[in-house]
Unconditional design. Structure first.
Length: 577
């Protein structure tokens, strides 16, 4: 390995000369028990750790950070652990999505303001993956991502449970009177049995796979279960590798090219990805100066089938099974004709070289292209007078009968109203009704909460109904399923057409036609728009106020307007003041 001249390391400005300012830096390092032998001539590696006492996905990161440090030391680097916002999906309100950009800003500023030559990013819970990548991309120092890994399979009464997906399933069964409260508590005890993120193909598994496909993890790192000993080994290897990346000057801007994002989109489609993938990948791409749009996802969806037979698109298997079947390298090998194999990864190799020896050991879990579980990709983008800037649906996880459907709208103006009314036995609703929730988008939510899998009305559950068409400007969990149209853009809160819809209006959705419309005369819509009253801001101060003022709409990735890199422009060089 060719080593950089120590005087060219970014950290040299803090420690390299013998002036007054560097005296202060060095003396304070000595205060912590370090001496010049620890840092002189060595790349200083930040370990950005999103561990916290309230993030179960990252409960093992305390020890994994030590494994990363071991690897950094083994390759001649000097590791420094920097804690960052944890963003526990299960606990953060009003939504972790609202704080994704805050974590991205924190990561960027942690790197900018400290003597850092390279960075190991530790995340996995839904919003941490995009946030960590966005911040590191904007600083453009060598970076490698260590994914938390999926948790072990859930279990209840001998039945395999998938996080999220089976929560929704058994909640409906409880409301329908098909299981008891004791049964429901048994599901609660058995559904999450180890540290690690959701083991269904939810947003966490989707986004770590995307980071892997982009080339920002060690090849295949995203598939390793959190509790597997190979996860410890991977963490150490990431520590070793980041030191080499510093000497090689292998930065995100050299890895993340347009072909890298095409690869990530193809992998997402083949995985049966979360709808959240669209928002996050657009935001990540625009930090890298690559213009990705909804149309890129829809085009890939028409070409790349779903081959990962993992819940909720699949019927039986979970991420643990996916790992045993060959993991992400195996899936990428299966779909290699849809990939740009010349893109490189943090390994320094081309993607084609990374997956050259990959194998599939169970072709029911990772299907061949000619035997997919769904003939098109996981997502479809719909446009029309209800969503002129687009919205998304996951057709691989919804009932076929709703892929071309017209029905009367039942509109809820808030989540509170929905909760208050949905179990009313007198609710005027049938299986053909289109449930609508609005004012839950990026600004209106605020933060676009995961409310999009609107609950089936109890009176319909008792009739055996388990799916119906639902439309909203919010998101849904990647572990969710059903005929749910999401991310309607522009959102109702800022005056998008969804704000004009009224209960009883007919809504027509066609997935084959990629359309969504309210069947209301244009002159009537114009009249309603003229009567529309503006809604107030959800936050009056702090980060929430900044968020509402600068967040983009869903089709643009929900990033802040002042943080994107214009398409084609170089990623700005890290600046030291």
């Amino acid at each position: 390995m060719t080593r950089k001249d120590p005087s060219t390391l970014r950290s040299h400005r803090w420690f390299g000369d013998k002036g007054l300012r560097t005296f202060g830096h060095r003396s304070r390092m000595r205060q912590m028990g370090y001496d010049p032998q620890d840092w002189e001539g060595r790349p200083i590696i930040a370990i950005v750790n999103t561990w916290s006492d309230i993030n179960p996905c990252h409960a093992h990161f305390r020890s994994r950070a030590e494994s990363v440090k071991t690897g950094v030391h083994q390759s001649g680097g000097f590791p420094l652990e920097l804690p960052a916002l944890s963003l526990a999906e299960q606990f953060v309100k009003p939504s972790a999505m609202m704080y994704r950009n805050l974590l991205a800003m924190e990561v960027e500023e942690l790197i900018r303001s400290h003597p850092i030559d390279g960075v190991v990013l530790m995340g996995g819970c839904d919003k941490t993956t995009p946030a960590l990548l966005m911040g590191a991309i904007s600083m453009n120092v060598p970076a490698i991502y260590v994914p938390a890994g999926p948790m072990l399979r859930g279990n209840w009464q001998g039945r395999i449970l998938g996080s999220g997906s089976d929560s929704w399933k058994y909640w409906d069964e409880l409301r329908a009177g098909e299981i008891t409260q004791a049964d429901w508590e048994g599901v609660e005890r058995g559904i999450a049995r180890s540290f690690g993120h959701c083991m269904t193909m939810g947003t966490a598994s989707t986004m770590t796979a995307i980071a892997d496909a982009l080339g920002m993890t060690l090849p295949g790192a995203s598939s390793i279960p959190a509790a597997d000993s190979n996860h410890v080994a991977m963490s150490k290897e990431a520590g070793r590798r980041i030191v080499h990346m510093v000497h090689e000057e292998l930065t995100p801007s050299k890895i993340l090219q347009p072909g890298s994002f095409r690869n990530a989109i193809a992998v997402a489609m083949a995985m049966g990805c979360s709808t959240n993938a669209i928002i996050h990948l657009i935001a990540i791409a625009r930090r890298a100066g690559v213009d990705i749009t909804l149309d890129d996802f829809d085009a890939a969806s028409r070409k790349v089938p779903v081959v990962a037979n993992v819940r909720p698109s699949g019927a039986e298997y979970l991420m643990e099974d996916f790992y045993y079947a060959g993991g992400l390298p195996g899936l990428m090998k299966q779909i290699r004709q849809h990939l740009d194999l010349g893109m490189i990864s943090v390994s320094g190799n081309a993607i084609g070289q990374d997956i050259e020896t990959a194998r599939v050991f169970n072709d029911d879990v990772i299907r061949p292209l000619d035997k997919p579980i769904y003939k098109e990709g996981a997502l479809a983008v719909l446009k029309g007078n209800l969503a002129p800037d687009g919205c998304v649906i996951k057709p691989s996880a919804c009932s076929a009968e709703f892929q071309d459907h017209t029905g009367p709208a039942l509109v809820f103006d808030s989540y509170e109203e929905l909760k208050d009314r949905i179990d009313d036995d007198d609710l005027d609703v049938t299986r053909d009704t289109v449930l609508v929730l609005r004012n839950a988008g990026p600004v209106g939510g605020p933060g676009m909460p995961e409310w999009g899998m609107l609950p089936i009305p109890r009176k319909l559950l008792r009739q055996g109904v388990r799916d119906m068409l639902r439309v909203s400007d919010c998101r849904m969990s990647g572990t969710s399923y059903g005929a749910c149209v999401l991310h309607v853009s522009p959102e109702a809160h800022i005056g998008g057409p969804l704000a004009l819809l009224r209960t009883g209006d007919l809504v027509r959705v066609s997935i084959p036609g990629r359309s969504i419309d309210m069947l209301v005369a244009p002159e009537e819509l114009a009249r309603r728009k003229s009567e529309l009253a503006p809604r107030g801001e959800p936050f009056g101060r702090g980060f929430g106020r900044m968020y509402a003022a600068h967040v983009s709409q869903a089709h643009d990735g929900c990033d802040f307007d002042f943080l994107e890199t214009a398409a084609g422009d170089p990623v700005p060089e890290p600046k030291i003041f």
